[in-house]
Each structure stands twice: as C-alpha cells, then as structure tokens.
Design a protein around this ligand. Sequence first.
Ligand code: ZN
Ligand code: ZN
Length: 284
Amino acid sequence: MLAVRFMFISPWDLAYVVPVAFIANAIGVNTAYHMYFTHGAFQAKPSFRVVLAVFGTILCQDSLIQWVANHKRHHRHVDVPDRDPHTPWQFGESNWRVYTVGLFWASVGWKYARRSTSKAYYAGSLLKDPVLRFFDKHFVVVSYLGLMVPFAVGYALGGWQTGLKGFAYFGAFRVFVGYAFTELVINGFCHCVGSRKFATKGRATNISSLAMLSMGTTLHHNHHAFPQSLSTAVDGEIDPMQWINGFFAKCGWISNVVHPSAADIAAKKLAETTGPRYDGALGR
Ligand SMILES: [Zn+2]
Ligand SMILES: [Zn+2]
C-alpha cells in the first residue's frame, strides 16, 4: 500500500520537489564540479569551497577529482573517438550509430567501460589539496549521506512515511534528474543535436530551447567556446545560473568571476550558425 502511494506525487509536492532538485543539481554539477573545480571560473572562500565539494559529491556521479579528470580529458580531446571519454561519435559518423549506440555510450556505456582517466595527469593540482582529497576518497560515504540525511530529517519530522518521502524526493529524484541532465542531455544530445555559432574544436552544440529548464547548461557549445566563462550566456542568451551565482557573489562567497570580453566573443563568432556536423575545426 505504501509503495502504491509513492507512485503518485501530488501537484503540491511537485511544486517544491522539482525546483529544489534542479537548483541543488545546478549548484552541484554546474557551479561546483564543473565551473569551479574543473575550470576555475571564480575564486571561493575556503568555507564555501567545502560547501561546493559537498553539493558536488552528493550528486552520486563520481568522486570529485575523478569527475574533474574525466571532464578535462573531454575538453582536451573533445569528440575524438577513444580519447574523449564519452563522445556520442565514438562508433562512427552515420546517423543511426550516433543516435543509438553513440547516445547510449555517452550517457551510460562509458561509465561502465572501465577505461580509467589518470587523476594525476589531468587533475594533479587538486590532488595536492587535503580537503579535496578527503572528499574524493570518501565519495561513497558522502554520497550515501546525501541520500540518507533527507530520510533521517523526514523520519524525525513524521516517522517512516515522511522519511521515505524525504529519501524519494530529495535523494533519489534529485540524483536521477542530475544524472539524466549531465549524462544524457549534456554528454549526449549537446554533442550531436542543436546548433553552433563559434569556431571551436569538436561538435558541442547549443540547445537554446532548453536553456531555462537546464539552468543554462544546454548552451554547451558556448561553454566549449569559452570554457572558463562562469555563465554560458555569452551572446544574449538566458542562463538562470547567472542569478544563483550572482547571489553567491553578492554574499561575498565567490569572487573574481571570469567572463569573456566582447572582443573575444566577436573574434570566435562564425559567419553563420551551423549544425553539429560543422567540423572545420574538429580537433584530431
Ligand atoms: Zn562537452
Ligand atoms: Zn567544461
């Protein structure tokens, strides 16, 4: 009976569960793991650095330094089969390969292929930081706590039923949304569907229609063009992360935010918008 009740979520619950999941994931993936620890798009106060490490680790995607190493490798060898860890172009360029096994590889397959990316080679500077080494080493424990703390809070407030709700809504659902967006949408679709307007290596694309829902992350082509820019909105687009990161900056928790100059943006702009198969600058 209890299981059946959990299959139905009321609109009232959806109204807070979905925004909390999206914002928590956006901070964990986008602000923390991606733009801060990988690309150094801003500086953070030491205490806020720990907060970012927690938000990133409870995504349950990968340990902090391993995630950074994989992503740095992705940028360095973007869309080159066998070098980029998760390109959907891994098995060739025919449409049916890219949109079937390629997307499966980019979202699920690469995770289980046991191809290791060297943390020392790609993220050696992070290995020198004892706090980050701690989070990297205790990835499983911190991830587990990220699932169980919502259960414990719910249990304390209202017993087993509220505890399970806490786990399902703020643990499992949050992790599922983060995984789906990072792996399937960004690693997969944002490298084979959509448009391109800057000269970059690889085939990363913008899916502008999903920019609001994805908190700006589907402007992924913009990110590959300007990897250190904290915001993906570099050419008049909307990036909701600007509002969240702007709040962090106002509070003094982050500073020295990187954004490209108008001249840098103009210099990289293509004469016309293209699709993912524009490969004049494909890095090989
Ligand atoms: Zn990419
Ligand atoms: Zn990146």
